[in-house]
Design a protein around this ligand. Structure first.
Ligand code: GLV
Length: 325
């Protein structure tokens, strides 16, 4: 019997074709985001699912899918999946790390540059015909990225990829992380300095939380933390909605308590706190950290390799619930 697979979003035709050679595939052809009840109904008779960060796979859904063996997330983050419930039921959870590191670091750097140099504002100004005086000396003025201090909270693979880019801008790197990096790695990052998060917030010109989401880091950056930042500093979030308290950030940006922000992720996306919309000092992108063709394709291929291994009784290359082996 061929295993039955659910693909919750529209993915690349060549990946679907490869899946169909092995499995019976139900694919989301129109890329509509299925509401929870519909996702649960479609999942009920499946052996495997290729899911995305927008699919909440919870205990109730698993209880309704007794044949499910693997949840293969097309993402590095897995906070959309109840991993403990999967483990209890013997369902393997997998992700797609590494293949998206460089592309996500590029986007983080794009947000740094765009917010510091007011790229979106400038673009809108030219399009609106509001560019009245060529080469005005004082408007619009931005912030220098070169030689500034970059503060990374959570110095994992993507954090380090961002730091490597910063070297090209002669930036000083400070980071906070549960564990200090080996000295040799700090040296490769221009002598990156490990410090407590509060010190980093006081020191950095650009603050980037680069952690996976878990309840432990919910609103890690809230009003109290923003208050520690320099008034000239910029907050960038390319990681996950919910790590930054959007309400507190809107308030701080409105009061110009910090200079700006660049955000790719939001609490409750695709809903976005509307407070951001009338603020000029924030650049907003729609969760596109990994969104290049090459990287999204590599993520889909990795997710298929994980799913296939799990369904063939092999250990998936990127198993998240390691207890299951
Ligand atoms: C995207 O947000 C991912 O976790 O890969």
């Amino acid at each position: 019997m061929r295993a039955r697979i659910l693909v919750t979003r529209q993915i690349f035709p060549e990946v679907v074709a490869a899946l169909r050679e092995r499995f019976d595939v139900e694919h989301n052809d129109d890329d509509r985001l299925w509401p929870a009840e519909e996702l649960s109904r479609r999942l009920a008779d499946k052996h495997g699912v290729l899911a995305t960060v927008m699919d909440r796979i919870d205990e109730a859904m698993l209880a309704n899918a007794p044949q499910l063996k693997v949840v293969s997330n097309i993402a590095v983050g897995t906070n959309n999946v109840d991993i403990a419930a999967c483990t209890t039921r013997g369902i393997r959870v997998t992700n797609t790390p590494v293949v998206l590191n460089e592309t996500t670091a590029d986007l983080a750097f794009a947000l740094i540059l765009a917010s510091a140099r007011r790229i979106a504002e400038g673009d809108a100004m030219v399009r609106r015909g509001d560019w009245k005086v060529a080469f005005a000396m004082q408007s619009p003025l931005g912030t220098d990225v070169h030689h500034a201090t970059l503060g990374i909270i959570g110095m994992g693979r993507i954090g380090q990829a961002i730091a490597r880019r910063a070297l090209g801008f002669d930036m000083k790197i400070v980071y906070s992380n549960r564990n200090r990096l080996p000295e040799a790695d700090e040296a490769k990052l221009g002598g990156a300095t490990w410090m407590a998060m509060a010190d980093l917030l006081r020191t950095a010109d650009f603050v980037l939380p680069m952690l996976p989401y878990s309840p432990a880091v919910h609103h890690l950056i809230g009003a109290k933390e923003i208050a520690l930042m320099k008034p000239t500093a910029i907050l960038i979030n390319p990681a996950r909605g919910g790590i930054v308290d959007d309400t507190a950030l809107v308030e701080a940006l409105r009061a110009n308590r910090i200079a700006g922000a660049g955000l790719d992720v939001f609490e409750g996306e695709p809903q976005v706190n509307p407070g951001y919309f009338d603020l000029a000092n924030v650049v907003l992108t729609p969760h596109i950290g990994s969104a290049t063709r090459a990287t999204r394709l590599a993520m889909c291929e990795t997710a298929v390799a994980n799913l296939t291994a799990a369904l063939e009784g092999r250990r998936p290359p990127n198993l998240v619930n390691l207890e299951l082996q």
